[in-house]
Design a protein around this ligand. Structure first.
Ligand SMILES: [Fe+2]
Length: 281
């Protein structure tokens, strides 16, 4: 069998049609999904009625799963599922709200960031709350040769503490255990996809604090320039969610960004699993 793939953008992204992942699938189908992910970086699958157990099982086929540091949002029976939501039950939020409203790739702030994420939509607002995805292969490839040469040897500091303080200024700061689990980490600005060998730009808003070895002003300028370039419209796909969508993306070569919605009127419940990855090089 070969997958029915419909490309989304010239540079990346594909919709996988006529595949029901709630049903058991032979290993050959999972292998094809992995190949498609390497080729397209973002895969969209509509109408996937996955149980939480099946979501976790399917995600494990891509590799071992990571457990998020914000334990208060692991509110299903499966600690591998990180809940994103504005819904509260018995006065307690069931998930993290206003998460990821900056351009980032998941878990870039750890030494071995996630290779990919599987986000399953349970309840979605009828308007707003789109997720934007950008191809960092396309972004890197479109850079002028002299910029490529300049940034290839550079590394940058990724900092969860910096992101958290910017994203959630109204919340209690991270506690000592959470801080100890998320020290600042240095990663290359240009990384190599470990399976395809293709280079990509590896940056991010708020989470990337500084470029190692550059004066502060120069680091700020270059980061701003690269972050601006990375999300040029021809590298960006906007996903409009429907309930039961499953989106699988490769964190090694894409960034994504959540967008707001009317959270007083609408409920949103999303379940994310996060697959372990390797040290970027
Ligand atoms: Fe994210």
């Amino acid at each position: 069998m070969s997958l029915d793939l419909v490309p989304l953008m010239p540079a990346f992204g594909a919709e996988v049609r006529d595949l029901d992942l709630a049903a058991d699938q032979p290993e050959s189908v999972i292998d094809e999904l992995k190949r498609a992910l390497n080729q397209y970086s973002v895969l969209i699958l509509r109408d996937q009625r996955l149980s939480e157990a099946r979501h976790v099982e399917l995600s494990r086929a891509f590799g071992p799963l990571m457990v998020h540091v914000l334990k208060q949002f692991l509110t299903t029976p499966y600690p591998e599922i990180y809940v994103l939501s504005n819904v509260a039950e018995d006065g307690k939020p069931i998930g993290n709200h206003k998460e990821g409203w900056n351009w980032h790739s998941d878990l870039s702030y750890v030494a071995e960031p996630s290779m990919g994420s599987l986000l399953h939509a349970l309840e979605v607002p009828p308007e707003g709350a789109d997720t934007l995805f950008a191809s960092m292969h396309a972004a890197y490839e479109a850079l002028p040769e002299e910029t490529k040469e300049r940034i290839r040897p550079l590394s940058a500091v990724h900092s969860y503490a910096t992101y958290y303080a910017k994203a959630f200024p109204d919340r209690e700061p991270l506690d000592e255990t959470q801080r100890a689990k998320t020290p600042d980490i240095v990663h290359p600005i240009v990384r190599t996809h470990p399976e395809t060998g293709r280079p990509s730009l590896y940056v991010g808003q708020d989470i990337v604090k500084e470029i190692v070895g550059l004066p502060f002003d120069e680091s700020e300028r270059l980061l701003a320039e690269l972050n601006r370039h990375a999300i040029r419209s021809d590298f960006v796909y906007r996903h409009k969610w429907q309930a039961n969508d499953l989106v699988i993306w490769d964190n090694r070569c894409t960034m994504h960004c959540a967008t707001p919605y009317d959270d007083n009127r609408y409920r949103r419940v999303m379940h994310r699993t996060t697959v372990s990855g390797d040290r970027p090089f």
